[in-house]
Design a protein around this ligand. Structure first.
Ligand code: SF4
Length: 393
């Protein structure tokens, strides 16, 4: 069965090209050196250098994180369903690099679970978790593999300090692991032939919105966002904004199309590439878009920290009331204060995502927010941006 979402590449495909035949068998130390020389950065969200992570874990465990809770992203499920050998190869290389006692793959997608249980070698355990936005957070993954609930834990300690059974544990996104397999196969120089100095190689992007069904792309880092959007839509004339980087990058105006797709460029714009999921907007009310995201985060949060129970829920409530024309000026003032206060609170990054959302809404659309109080907005409705894989042809 082909993947439910169309898959394309801009430039020469790497991850999409198929299984890697042959290739070197480096020692663990050589794997770390290759990861460092290739400049591999994490593909799960934070873009953290993989070599630094590999160097911070000695003996213990490795967990491939394939729990793709981001609602507008499909890349991890693509790799797990269609390129599982690449993920397993990367997991084995990472396990060698950190001298792991055992390796695990953690995911919820039932199609991928069946495939991986057929293919995974004896040294790799496939652990199925319930699908949830917070289940892919690194401490939630460690807890789930250890037999507990897939819920984030307080930090520190981080898993690399004390993870599974209190031992150092490397948790790495499955695309990051596939990239490691690719870098070992290609060698660092060839790996760096695509991408930029800051963001080497290619990466997977899920692009949706603006009236087109989702498409999964492999593109070189540094590709102008506008070129990708124009390839996707035919023209960017009607694009009015974008939800960037999964839910962590907030709302950006249409001027984001001028940015190159690199970690540095998006950081300078006050956003992130995150997991590489972008929702293009074409005239939707930004308050309605923000309300839809906030409602999702409120429904999906784990309900175990005050920042979500009170803060994220309060943000969602005000945004939804704004879309209904039922919010007052003091609600808007409270909304902005809450947004500023939520960053860095709670056990996971959900309050950060809420904070980035509210901050970007006021930064780029302050007048539009106040219009909702003063005269209402007839076009407004909470936006649903979730990609439901099995519904796509
Ligand atoms: S911050 Fe929110 S989503 Fe994260 S663990 Fe706490 S309650 Fe759950």
């Amino acid at each position: 069965m082909s993947f439910p979402v169309p898959v394309r590449s801009l430039g020469r495909p790497r991850l999409l090209a198929g299984p890697l035949a042959g290739g070197p068998e480096p020692t663990g130390e050589q794997v770390v050196e290759i990861a460092a020389a290739a400049g591999i950065r994490g593909r799960g969200g934070a873009g953290f250098p993989l070599a630094v992570k590999l160097r911070s874990v000695t003996s213990g465990f490795v967990i491939g994180n394939g729990e793709e809770g981001e609602p507008a992203s499909v890349k991890d499920r693509y790799l797990l369903r269609e390129r599982p050998e690449l993920v397993i190869r990367g997991l084995e290389l990472a396990a060698r690099a950190v001298q792991a006692e055992r390796a695990f793959l953690c995911l919820s997608d039932p199609v991928a679970v069946s495939r991986l249980r057929e293919l995974a070698p004896e040294a790799v355990d496939v652990v199925r978790v319930p699908a949830a936005y917070v289940a892919g957070e690194e401490t939630a993954v460690v807890r789930a593999v250890g037999g507990g609930p897939a819920l984030p834990a307080a930090k520190p300690p981080r898993p690399w300090e004390s993870g599974l059974d209190g031992r150092p544990t490397l948790v790495s996104n499955v695309e990051t692991l596939a990239q490691l397999a690719l870098a070992v196969h290609l060698g660092p120089e060839e790996y760096r032939a695509a991408g930029t100095e800051d963001s080497p190689g290619t990466f997977l992007v899920t692009l949706s919105g603006a009236g087109r069904g989702p498409v999964l792309y492999e593109i070189p880092y540094g590709t102008p966002f506008g070129d990708l959007a124009a390839f996707h839509l035919g023209s960017t004339t009607g694009v009015t904004g974008v939800v960037a980087g999964g839910l962590a990058g907030g709302l950006l105006p249409a001027s984001a199309l001028a940015l190159p797709l690199t970690h540095a460029a998006f950081a300078d714009a006050g956003s992130v590439l995150g997991c590489g999921a972008f929702v293009l907007l074409a005239g939707e009310c930004p308050v309605g878009v923000a309300a839809g995201i906030a409602r999702f985060l409120d429904e999906e949060n784990a309900g175990q920290c005050g920042s979500c129970v009170k803060g994220s829920a309060g943000v969602a409530d005000v945004l939804i009331r704004l879309t209904e024309g039922a919010a007052a000026g003091e609600d808007v003032e409270r909304l902005e204060r809450w947004g500023e206060g939520l960053a860095g609170r709670g056990n996971c990054a959900t309050p950060d995502a809420v904070s980035a959302l509210v901050g970007s809404l006021f930064r780029h659309h302050r007048e539009r927010v106040w219009t909702h109080v003063n005269s209402g907005c007839l076009a407004c409705a909470p936006h649903d941006f979730r990609i439901r894989l099995e519904e796509n042809p």
